[in-house]
Write a protein that binds this ligand. Sequence first.
Ligand SMILES: [Zn+2]
Length: 445
Amino acid sequence: MIADMGFHLPPKEGDSVIDAGGGCLLPGLHDHHIHLMALAASLDSLQCGPPDIQSAAALAALLSKRNTMHGSGWVRGVAYHPSVAGDIDRDWLDRYVPDLPVRIQHRGGRLWVLNSRALQELGVSSGAYPAGLEHINGRATGRLYEEDNWLRTRLKSRPPNLARVSGMLASYGITGVTDTTPTNGSVEWLHFQQSQSSGQLRQRVRMMGSQQITHCEETGLLERGEFKIHLLESRLPDPDTLGRDIAAAHASGRAVAIHCVTLTELVFALSALQSAGVRPGDRIEHASITPPDMLESIRDLGLRVVTQPHFITERGDQYREDVEPAEQPWLYRGANFLAAGIALAGGSDAPFGNPDPWRSMHSAVTRATHSGRVMTAAERLSPEQALSLFLSDAGSPGTGNRTLEPGARADLCLLDSPWEDIRDDLDSRHVRSTWLAGDLIYSAG
Ligand SMILES: [Zn+2]
């Protein structure tokens, strides 16, 4: 805890004294939307999409190098986007890697493309395959939608070591994360808990997930988050079923967090919440496309929004081509969420977005795409508003910054310069030290 604050505090015996040299001291940052295990796995995967890979030829060359993961024998790729080589399938992959199992995940995280060898390894036959494996004319295409649990079971994959991810997050000044993976259950709970007690994972975790975690025991570092609902426009659930899920979560004392990246998903989610009723803490994740009247509905329902400003930088050039021109001004809004009186917080959505919150803040302030075009300057945030996206409490995103005061947790992020200098140069290289509960978890150079 922070014991005391003031000028010229006399050090007690055993205290270490740090000269911050005028640098700004902040509460440790909190990433309100991240997928820790997927991020750990992605650090060991081939990047198969923009900006690294921009063409079919480049992807073919990358795959032909056949890097396999840790002797598992599998080639694992992530971040694929159809702008690279279209809607690829098993046959496309077989052309470049016929002899090793390959799986490539689409950038959105819901679709894996498997080659023939992978289908064979997973024991897929004409009689036995999961519902999410697409078939055309009775033959598997290799495209597997939303079957991560099945995939994990079949691969018998052990949960990844989180030490590298944790060290990376600490270097950005992050002391807490909300893991928003919808399939999180008791296995993931145990893995986070063990990773924290062994020291591999040095951040606090608020874990969303299924109803399975409703009875898991919380610790000082691991708390239960919202019930996560993942809407998919092409397969929307029956509205009554969704209403019952929301009501059941509320009845068990949990708020809900609903994934909405399209306009249809948002309309559907808001109408479900209108009929099922809202609970303080209910959240909309992403709110990627929010027209003006929906801003009002979100505010009137008292929902919080957790968004990703950096997608404007990372994906903005693609959005300009793919998203209806009329909807483009509504993409990943910033200032107008705040103007509408909506509680707004930020999350990286890593590994689907860059894990560095300073990049996200920078995007929120500039609204510049990768190629340097500005998308909807009217949605720009001030540097202070951008920083605030990552300063609210895990359990109440967007409802005010945590403050440094005696009695508060000593989760701290020390920058190398005063805020007046940092605000024009939002960059994680300014993070000098990070402490979790008074323990140093990162120190630059
Ligand atoms: Zn996500």
